[in-house]
Design a protein around this ligand. Structure first.
Ligand code: NAD
Length: 303
């Protein structure tokens, strides 16, 4: 069973639209999302364009603040501060990753500076604390999208053994917390986990958030398990594409046209053992954007 994230994302966007219209009527303006995009990372440009388009379709105002890759942390902090102070700004998203020059510490300073009530990515330590305690309003978009996907496709979480591969702040950790809150028994695996395959093979729900094309192969997956593929990886080598999909797969035509393709962390052959699985593209990605729109209206209404 293919878990159609794109379809569910459309439904969520349709649910958001009347709330956006009601806010507009009540406040005389639509809810407004401000995106800060620093530098010219090509993937970030695409992500921001997609967020802009989806926001506009849902009736939000989306403003993008483009800063050069040479800016200092202070410049980014000044932009965030002006948005914090702007009463007509409901949501702030600083697109990650920030340029290398900003550094890990600088990135933390920037995320920490966002007003938690406008933090539509849910990355501020205040919101992360609320998430740990199970009372967050603004939850990170990708993992909350995964929970929506499971709920709306009728896959129970309570009582299941969920294994999350990856422990990043944006996906792995919050994913594990959300599954725990929904009464799953959760195991978090990462690059130092010794018996990764055996641990994953015990999962009823397996979430892969690693960033390695086709890393999760058949032996990782118990027959009938629900497999959620968070990975978004660009493959530029035709040899690698053939290794993943086989020489006659229809997706190779797309590769030949564009010279690259987007693949997940889960090997396509996993579809033969999994009970249900998300595609890449068209799985978790569109849900992430839908949850961002949902967070923006939550932030606008909650403030
Ligand atoms: P990250 O690099 O911050 O974290 C990767 C995690 O994978 C780490 O915790 C690491 O311990 C683990 N890992 C790496 N190698 C491993 C190995 N050999 N065995 C076990 N664990 C290993 O990445 P991230 O930001 O969490 O993103 C993960 C993937 O999800 C990427 O492909 C990213 O593009 C994608 N992503 C997708 C969406 C979406 O909307 N679908 C959103 C965010 C990230």
């Amino acid at each position: 069973m293919l878990l159609d994230g794109a379809r569910i994302a459309r439904t969520i966007r349709e649910e958001v639209a009347p709330r956006v219209a009601a806010f507009d009527t009540a406040h005389g303006r639509p809810p407004t999302l401000h995106i800060v995009l620093v530098g010219d990372d090509p993937a970030s440009q695409i992500y921001v364009r997609n967020k802009e388009r989806a926001g506009a379709e849902a009736g939000l105002t989306v403003a993008v603040h483009r800063l050069a890759s040479s800016v200092t942390v202070e410049d980014v902090l000044a932009t965030v501060k002006s948005l914090n102070d702007d009463p007509a700004c409901d949501g702030i998203l600083v697109q990650a990753p920030l340029p290398k020059g900003i550094g890990k510490h600088g990135t933390e300073l920037v995320f920490d500076a966002i007003d938690p009530r406008k933090d539509v990515d849910g990355f501020h330590p205040h919101n992360v604390g609320l998430l740990v305690q199970g009372r967050a309003v603004l939850k990170p978009c990708t993992p909350s999208g995964v929970v929506e996907l499971l709920d709306r496709t009728g896959h129970a979480i309570a009582g299941k053994h969920a294994v999350v591969i990856g422990r990043s702040e944006i996906v792995g950790k919050p994913m594990a917390l959300l599954l725990l809150q929904r009464d799953a028994t959760v195991t978090i695996c990462h690059s130092k986990t010794p018996d990764l395959v055996a641990t994953c093979a015990r999962a009823d729900i397996l979430v892969a958030a690693i960033g390695r094309p086709g890393f999760v192969t058949r032996e990782f997956v118990k027959a009938g398990a629900v497999v959620i593929d968070v990975g978004i990886n660009r493959v530029d080598s035709r040899e690698q594409a053939v290794q993943l999909f086989g020489a006659n797969h229809p997706r190779l035509a797309g590769f030949d046209q564009r010279g690259s393709m987007i693949v997940g962390d889960v090997h396509p052959a996993v579809a033969e053992v999994a009970g249900a699985m998300t595609p890449v593209p068209g799985g978790v990605g569109p849900l992430t954007i839908a949850m961002l729109l949902k967070n923006t209206i939550e932030a606008a209404v909650d403030r």
